[in-house]
Design a binder for this molecule. Structure first.
Ligand SMILES: Nc1nc2c(ncn2[C@@H]2O[C@H](COP(=O)(O)OP(=O)(O)O)[C@@H](O)[C@H]2O)c(=O)[nH]1
Ligand SMILES: [Mg+2]
Length: 513
């Protein structure tokens, strides 16, 4: 937009300038003709002066145009709607975090929330140094800060989990935090865990310094691409350039630029030597012998420092706003997942409890064959508690209504008969000797309670929706999932062990059953 206006302006200016030049040339020619009749010398002098004026005017114009074309770029403003959206996500995350029951998970999420808020408030800009192990990440930080702050080593994995360091550089407009990370894809024990830490830290970054020491390998390219897709900006740094002759270094840089075309701005791919190898220096001593000494070379950061400053100056606000939104969104998502998992676990515990209650009730007080309604009260209570686990308030009447619907459906679909005959068969083949009194009925009713519970659990976790096929399809799905010998044998084993303990505890009067 700004560029097209500039071009249009320049074209118009040039057209006017050309017209004026043509007019001036014609006028000077005319004047020369007239003057030469009076004095040829005067005529020549006038032309020389005119050419001088025109040249001066030309130089001034070129300088003006040059200046216009090089207006310093204004920083990209942080889009306000992005910051607003992020603030909404933060609020949302906070509400969800309040619902987390596990104190450890809650604390972890609340801490991240606080960090996001305080980073935004304090205008902290996170620069995270990322890349393969031994590429020279720690060396680069040492070089950027001009002091040894982190330990470096030829061995992989020198920077371990929890050993990442933050270095704060206070600028006029906030703070730049430089974070060292353990490497990507390091070989050896603990490598992958460190990689997780590194990736977590990268996710927090407003700007990444992605360090490589050769051409990109897949384990570097993939995360770089994934991070770029998230909207992370990276400066890719080819470190250890002292190991290459200039032509090879340039070839690697060119290849990096080609590979990262469209992912990383070519200006953001630079070569450095964070910690060049010491150079051997030969000195001939007085006695003629040669002494070899190693001279420490200074780090060569090339255009890196300028590039970091330029990116932060121009895009800092926008990058921070985008990342504020990304982090808030990821936190809200993670909190939501934590809450969902907790709810699933609680609901599952409810189902387990009620299916075994059913098993032992029927086992000890055998009911008339196939009377599913006899266990109705247990079912209704279970449905009500599953609803509670998902934070849904349900009236007892409503629980009874949907519970009765479920029982009717089971009867209609012939699930009671199918289950009972399958289980009876299992008792004959695999549980000979256990088929006493209500065992077959007890296990069958427990199983039907189980699939009823699973069906309701899916219903509540999908935000009280049965899905396209309604309650019937949802129930059939749960039935099909588990109505197989392998599942039923396992289920029966568990039922028998529970019921047996229950019966034993009941007869011995153990209150802790
Ligand atoms: N030749 C050369 N070696 C370097 C350079 N930068 C780092 N190294 C070496 O590479 C090794 C790994 O460096 P380090 O900073 O620990 O890597 P990190 O695992 O990525 O943090 C060390 O032996 C460094 O001395 C460099 O610019 N040139
Ligand atoms: Mg390191």
């Amino acid at each position: 937009m700004r560029n097209s206006r500039l071009v249009l302006g320049l074209c118009l200016t040039l057209a006017v300038v050309f017209a004026m030049m043509a007019w001036a040339a014609a006028s000077v020619g005319d004047l020369h003709d007239r003057l030469s009749k009076v004095s040829p010398a005067l005529a020549t002098g006038t032309v020389v002066v005119a050419i001088g004026v025109a040249a001066a005017f030309g130089v001034a114009s070129v300088r003006l145009i040059w200046k216009l074309g090089h207006v310093p770029e204004r920083p990209v403003k942080a889009p306000e709607d992005v910051v607003k959206a992020a603030t909404i996500q933060v609020e949302k995350a906070q509400q969800v975090i309040e619902k987390v029951a596990d104190p450890v998970a809650k604390e972890r999420l609340a801490t991240e929330l606080e960090t996001i808020r305080s980073d935004q408030k304090a205008r902290r800009f996170h620069v995270v140094v990322f890349g393969t192990g031994s590429a020279g990440k720690t060396s680069l930080i040492n070089a950027l800060l001009g002091r040894q702050v982190g330990k470096t080593d030829v061995l992989l994995g020198t920077t371990r989990e929890g050993e990442h360091h933050n270095y704060e550089i206070v600028t006029l407009d906030g703070t730049v935090v430089l974070t060292d990370t353990p490497g990507l894809s390091e070989i050896g024990e603990g490598g992958s865990q460190r990689e997780v830490v590194a990736r977590d830290l990268a996710a927090r970054a407003d700007l990444l310094l992605f360090v490589v020491d050769h051409d990109l390998i897949r384990s570097e390219f993939d995360p770089l691409l994934a991070l770029a897709k998230q909207g992370k900006r990276s400066i890719v740094i080819l470190n250890k350039q002292d190991r290459f002759v200039e032509a090879d270094r340039d070839a690697i840089l060119a290849k990096l630029r080609e590979r990262l075309n469209g992912v990383v701005d070519p200006k953001d791919i630079v070569a450095v030597s964070a910690a060049p190898r010491p150079m051997p220096v030969r000195t001939v001593l007085a006695d003629g012998s040669v002494q070899l000494e190693y001279e420490q070379e200074e780090p060569e950061l090339g255009p890196l420092r300028k590039r970091i400053a330029a990116v932060i100056e121009k895009h800092g606000d926008a990058l921070r706003a985008g990342n504020f939104l990304l982090r808030a969104h990821m936190l809200a998502k993670s909190a939501q997942e934590t809450v969902s998992t907790e709810r699933d676990v609680n609901a599952q515990a409810v189902i387990d409890r009620f299916q075994w209650i059913t098993a032992s009730t029927v086992f000890t007080n055998p009911i008339p064959a196939l009377d599913l309604m006899a266990t109705g009260a247990v079912q209704f209570q279970m449905i009500w508690e599953i609803a509670q686990a998902y934070g849904v308030e349900m009236t007892t009447a409503h629980a009874k209504m949907v519970g009765s619907q479920m029982i009717q459906l089971m009867l209609k679909l012939g699930m009671v008969e199918v289950t009972t005959s399958l289980i009876a068969g299992l008792f004959k083949s695999s549980f000979v000797g256990y088929a006493a009194g209500g065992a077959v009925q007890g296990v069958s009713m427990a199983y039907l309670t189980h699939i009823s519970g699973q069906t309701f659990k899916e219903y509540f976790r999908s935000g009280q929706s049965w899905g396209d096929g309604g309650m019937q399809a949802a129930l059939s799905h749960q039935f099909d999932l588990t109505n197989r010998a392998e599942f039923l044998v396992e289920f029966t084993k568990q039922a028998l062990s529970r019921v047996a303990t229950h019966v034993v505890n009941k007869t011995t009067g153990n209150k802790n059953a």
